[in-house]
Write a protein that binds this ligand. Structure first.
Ligand SMILES: Cc1ncc(COP(=O)(O)O)c(C=O)c1O
Length: 450
């Protein structure tokens, strides 16, 4: 909750000083965080919660931003950290949601609870638009309030003894939800890894695709492509190897394609493009970064009918049960927006916004490359993964903030494999990105990162 509140508190425009109201709000949140009451219940805190790494990444970034603001109250901070979209939702999509909202004020247009799995029209449209020729049926598409929640719902399918593999580095929700469910084992101080999680190293040397010949078998394999934070998309040949690996081991791939719309080099946009994937994979995806729905909230998960547990029981039946127990369906207003995104006009409009972010990524990539840095990503994702060999990622983050007033994310926040990298988001207004590029080019040259 505090994370959301802090995130909310920092919803200032991406190139601005903090507003006094925001500042006050943050101060009150900070005092709330420090506040411990004398009166406790007799309920024991879950050992799994205790086992989480201290400090969730994004509130920590927000705290550093606040400290920086206190030090430089007149600084125009540019936020290229948290991956939040900045451009307005196209009018044709916003007006579809407005129309649906207004219909609710009429007797004929009013509707209450919908199907927990989502409206049939939207499920059909998602299947047609994103899974053409992949034999994904609309009944296998579960509409949701976003990929983040679906990661946890999918995790609920499995018991506490399943084993889990993740890319290293990876989006933090896979590991954190694994820890919360008690599957991770202890955090090992010396290497920052949980003892029961298999970390699949993704580095420039292996093209950010793990060496599967060295990867132990696990029940679940979280795999994100294009990957957050590295910004790299797996090729068809690599995904073929992943599906073969899962098939040989009887594992389930939980494939996160939240950034698929950014792919521009012909890499697969879905795991279901790989023959045989329906027997071994679940796919989670989102309208957040595809249509600027980070605040609106809409996503989906595909659970194929062919996918089963070791006893042959279809996993889709359990997923349906979980969705009906934990979720009462996405907002009908938002689903109208989702349908509008997938109309011809809506799709063209969101594609234009995506191209804006891709162009931003190009500008930032050139700025870092001009400084002689190794930069990955940006072509198939809205993120750049910038390498500072031999440096601590938190130190690089701090130095960039100090010298340029630009917020990034230290790669270490995405797991031990992120050390010596920073992630730079290309979400921003064009003016902001040009200003960031200017500041980086003029200030970074003088930096000493070792
Ligand atoms: C890889 C990945 N998956 C899931 C999410 C969450 O997406 P949503 O906004 O749909 O919850 C994010 C958000 O940044 C993400 O980067």
């Amino acid at each position: 909750m505090l994370k959301q509140m802090l995130d909310y508190a920092f919803q200032v425009s991406s190139c601005t000083s903090l507003q006094p109201k925001t500042k006050l709000h943050i101060q009150s949140l900070k005092s709330m965080e420090d506040n411990k009451t004398d009166q406790s219940t007799k309920v024991i805190r879950s050992a799994n919660m205790d086992n989480l790494r201290t400090g969730y990444l994004f509130p920590e970034i927000s705290r550093r931003e606040y400290e920086h603001f206190e030090k430089y109250p007149n600084a125009k901070i540019i936020k290229l950290g948290i991956g939040d979209t900045t451009e307005p939702i196209p009018e044709c999509i916003a007006s579809a949601m407005a129309k649906q909202a207004m219909a609710l004020s009429t007797v004929e247009g009013y509707s209450g609870y919908g199907d927990e799995q989502g409206e049939k029209a939207l499920r059909k449209r998602i299947a047609e638009k994103f899974y053409k020729n992949m034999d994904v049926k609309w009944e296998e598409v579960f509409v949701s309030d976003g990929a983040q929640c679906d990661i946890s719902r999918v995790q609920m399918l499995f018991g506490s003894h399943v084993t889990v593999a993740v890319q290293n580095p990876s989006f933090p929700a896979y590991i954190d939800s694994t820890v919360i469910l008690g599957r991770a084992g202890n955090l090992q101080g010396q290497n920052g890894k949980y003892e029961r999680i298999v970390y699949m190293e993704c580095t420039p040397q292996n093209g950010f695709f793990p060496d599967l010949s060295n990867t132990p078998r696990t029940d679940i394999i979280f795999f994100c492509s294009p990957n957050n934070p590295t910004g790299t998309a797996a090729s068809a040949a690599q995904l073929r190897r992943l599906v073969d690996f899962a098939t040989a081991n009887g594992s389930i791939i939980v494939y996160d394609s939240s950034y698929a719309a950014y792919i521009s080099d012909g890499s697969p946009t879905s795991i279901f493009q790989i023959p045989g994937a329906k027997q071994v994979a679940i796919e989670i995806s989102s309208f957040s970064k595809f249509a600027g729905f980070t605040g609106v909230r809409l996503g989906w998960t595909v659970v194929p009918k062919e996918l089963s547990y070791s006893n042959g029981f279809p996993i889709i039946k359990d997923y349906d049960r979980i969705v009906c127990t934990c979720f009462n369906g996405a907002s009908n207003i938002v689903q109208a927006g989702g349908l509008a995104c997938l109309s011809t006009e809506g799709f063209q409009a969101v594609s234009k916004v995506l191209n804006h972010y891709k162009e931003n990524a190009k500008i930032l990539r050139e700025a870092f490359r001009g400084l002689g840095m190794e930069v990955y990503g940006g072509q198939n994702a809205p993120y750049l993964w910038v390498h500072f060999p031999g440096s601590s990622s938190w130190e690089v983050f701090a130095e960039i903030l100090e010298k340029t007033h630009i917020l990034t994310i230290p790669g270490r926040g995405f797991g031990p494999g992120g050390e010596s990298y920073i992630r730079v988001s290309s979400f921003g207004h064009r003016q902001t990105i040009l200003e960031a590029s200017k500041r980086l080019t003029s200030s970074l040259r003088k930096f000493n990162f070792n």
